[in-house]
Design a protein around this ligand. Sequence first.
Ligand code: COA
Length: 331
Amino acid sequence: MKARDPIVEIVSTGRYLPDRVLTNADLEKIVATTDEWIMERTGIRERRIAGPEMGAAEMGARAARIAMERANVLPGEVDVIVVSTATPDRLLPSTACDMQALLGATNAAAYDISAACSGFIYALSVAEGHIASGNAEIALVVSTEKMSGIVDWTDRATCVLFGDGAGAAVVRRAGTGRGAVLSSFMRSDGTLAELLWRPAGGVKVPMDIAVLDEKSHLVKMAGREVFKSAVRSMAEAADQALMRAGLTGADIDLLVPHQANMRIIDATARYAGVPMDRVFVNVDRYGNMSSATVPIALDEAAEQGRLKQGDHVMLVAFGAGFTWASAVLRW
Ligand SMILES: CC(C)(COP(=O)(O)OP(=O)(O)OC[C@H]1O[C@@H](n2cnc3c(N)ncnc32)[C@H](O)[C@@H]1OP(=O)(O)O)[C@@H](O)C(=O)NCCC(=O)NCCS
């Protein structure tokens, strides 16, 4: 496939992380686990947990305000807010509409997309479409996840993996040559939905006493199967984004993978031919924040000076659905 001229660029990013840190030692007091088991299998040391007063819209708005300030974009200048979340504050209306109100983005369309951990890259592509069509010039892409609200805190196989946080990006029509989105790729396979899901609590199996008793409204996961699919899909996503940008792994200055698990990150980097010193990792500090992991990692990488002008950056993610996605940027 031929590399195309960039349509959009990421002007700025921002992030919000709750202050409260939940360590592996804290988890040892909640479920039958050990710091050693969690570190060895996942590389996660601690994660952030939002308080009861903090919702997905508020976390996302905090991340978005930082990104907007850095881009010198006023709330009234935003044309569309695309929010990716697996943890909406409520089912109707969207978290994006709450965020629109919190930000005072009075000229913006706002809606949520549901693509689980791949959501930021999906949302970026959606924003690109709005701008390509001429319906928007400035888009706010926000991923906000309060995973602590949907995990079963009695299930040691899942509750140790996740954390809360939000990441945001201001996206506009390409012009300056910086932050340009050179390629993107998205796929899904719904036949595997039941490997990582919340079985009940929607309209098909509505919330009732039995659902609450069985905790079937909370996350269930077949860890080993998810692991295998994740490694396979992240590899395909890396291949596709590179091919579509006309690059190889050797051209990538920084790989920013979804932060689910250190072993999946290692396998993805090895497959793509990107050495670990060119891979951004923060899974040790935050765990898996679903779609918020990629924009938070990108924001931290920029802040730490790991992105220089002209660098090629590859984003790769995988999540429930299953969904998987990737993008290559020129910083
Ligand atoms: C979840 C995961 C870390 C488990 O690692 P694993 O090596 O596959 O381990 P298994 O599931 O085979 O479980 C091994 C044992 O550890 C136990 N175990 C599970 N969670 C545990 C925990 N937190 N602490 C201690 N033991 C635990 C299991 O009960 C099992 O015990 P058993 O052998 O007596 O039955 C791993 O499968 C994984 O990372 N999967 C991908 C998850 C993911 O990233 N999901 C999100 C995708 S976006």
